[in-house]
Structure formats: C-alpha cells, structure tokens
Design a binder for this molecule. Sequence first.
Ligand code: IPE
Ligand code: IPE
Ligand code: MG
Length: 246
Amino acid sequence: MDLKSQIILDKLPRHIAIIMDGNGRWAKQHGKPRVFGHRNGVKAVRETAEAAAELGIEYLTLYAFSTENWKRPKLEVNALMTLLVETIQNEIDTLNKNNIKLHAIGDVAKLPSKSLKALQGGIESTKNNQRLTLILALNYSAKWEILEATRQLARQAKAGLIQPDAIDDQIFSNTLSTKGIPDPELLIRTSGETRISNFLLWQIAYSELYFTPTLWPDFQKEHLYQAIIDFQHRERRFGKISEQLV
Ligand code: IPE
Ligand code: IPE
Ligand code: MG
C-alpha cells in the first residue's frame, strides 16, 4: 500500500517544523563541494512544501540558517545567502500557483540587504495565499527569540503597561516571532543528528520529535508521509495517562 493513503487526513498536524540537515555530507558522498549539497537541498524544500500543501498542512517551518551558521567559512555563508535570493526569485511563481504564503522568523534585519529584499519581495507577493504558510527560519536562534520577547515584556512592565505577574504562557507566546502560529505538533530532523541546535525551544515544549538518517537533499514526499504516519501512531498524553484520553 502506498504511504500517502496510510495518512489519516483528519489527524494531521497543523504545523510541522523541520531541521534540514545533511547537505554537506550529501555533497561529500557525491564527491562535490558543500555548496552542491545546498543547491540540491532546495529540491527537497520544493518537494516537502508541495507535499505539505497537498495534504492540507497549515504551517511548515524550515530551519534554513541559524545564527550559529555565520561561523561557517565565508564562501559557504555567501553561497547560502545567494542561494536564498535565487531560490525565492525562482520559486515565487510556483508558490503563488500552489497558493503558498511565505513568512520568515529570525533576526532577518541582519541578513545581507539583497537577501532581505528578496525575502521581503517574496513575502509581499505571496501574502494573500491561503493554503500553506511556509515559514523560513533565517538567522534564527531560539535563545535570541526568547531573549527578545523577555526584553520586550520587561520594557512594557517598566513602562507600566503590563503587570509582571500577569505574564503567562499565552502572553509570552504572543511576544515571540511565531505569534499567532500554533506550536508544531511534529518536529523532524534529517541526517541522523539528534539535537535541536537552538531551534524553536519554547514552541517545541510538547512536540513529537522525529529523527531520520535521510540526508536533507534526499528527502522526498514519501519521507514526509512516513514521518506523519509515525506521528499519527504515537499517543500524545500531555501528562495524563492513557485511560484519560478520549
Ligand atoms: C544543513 O546542512 C544546511 C544548513 C545548515 C544551512 P549542513 O550544511 O549542516 O550539512 P552537514 O551537517 O554538514 O552534512
Ligand atoms: C542546524 O544545522 C541549522 C540548520 C539546519 C539551519 P547545523 O548543521 O548548523 O547544526 P549543528 O551545528 O550540527 O548542530
Ligand atoms: Mg549540519
């Protein structure tokens, strides 16, 4: 039986987040420079976004560049930034055709101006699309995001706009860059690494984690289906016991 038909459509996660990892190792396997891996990673992004949209997933967050990734060789960082511009420009029509809305989280103001412009252009031109929201985490760091929210709330408290004791889960969530977006029910990381690498720390408090050895450029629709099927077979107890779940 094919994988897609095993997915229970009324038990889909609303939001899937992916740590796209393994481009460098994939390139090495093919005897090519790392940048070749990143270029092929774009194909996996296309496949995954299309599969998610077809299924009816509402939000797909892809970790594309972490704050820590600036520490990579300059050549690779530059190549990634150029690839971002090219990809957004090349994909805008497809995004619009597939009714996908582009969004970004992270400290994007620190991206090179060309990359930022391309990103803003992509967001603007897809803003009325309604099927899937594709969120790119760019120059993203979960600790940075949490600190930013904390600083913002502290300023509000100092100005007397909010009582410190009134700060709760909801207020804090609404101060993060993912405001208005439900927390991901499923977090996928490719390439066999089993760490979070400073991604969505607050939002994944109760996410189901799925690790696969598949390297990101090899990730195809079927891999996403497999992850969703796995997710659908888990019992999400949220602190309760099995018998309490309806
Ligand atoms: C993920 O692949 C892409 C980015 C972090 C931008 P890597 O480039 O980390 O690939 P590996 O981990 O070196 O194989
Ligand atoms: C995490 O991958 C960041 C992205 C996928 C953008 P890395 O390859 O940078 O993570 P570490 O350094 O191995 O933890
Ligand atoms: Mg990596």
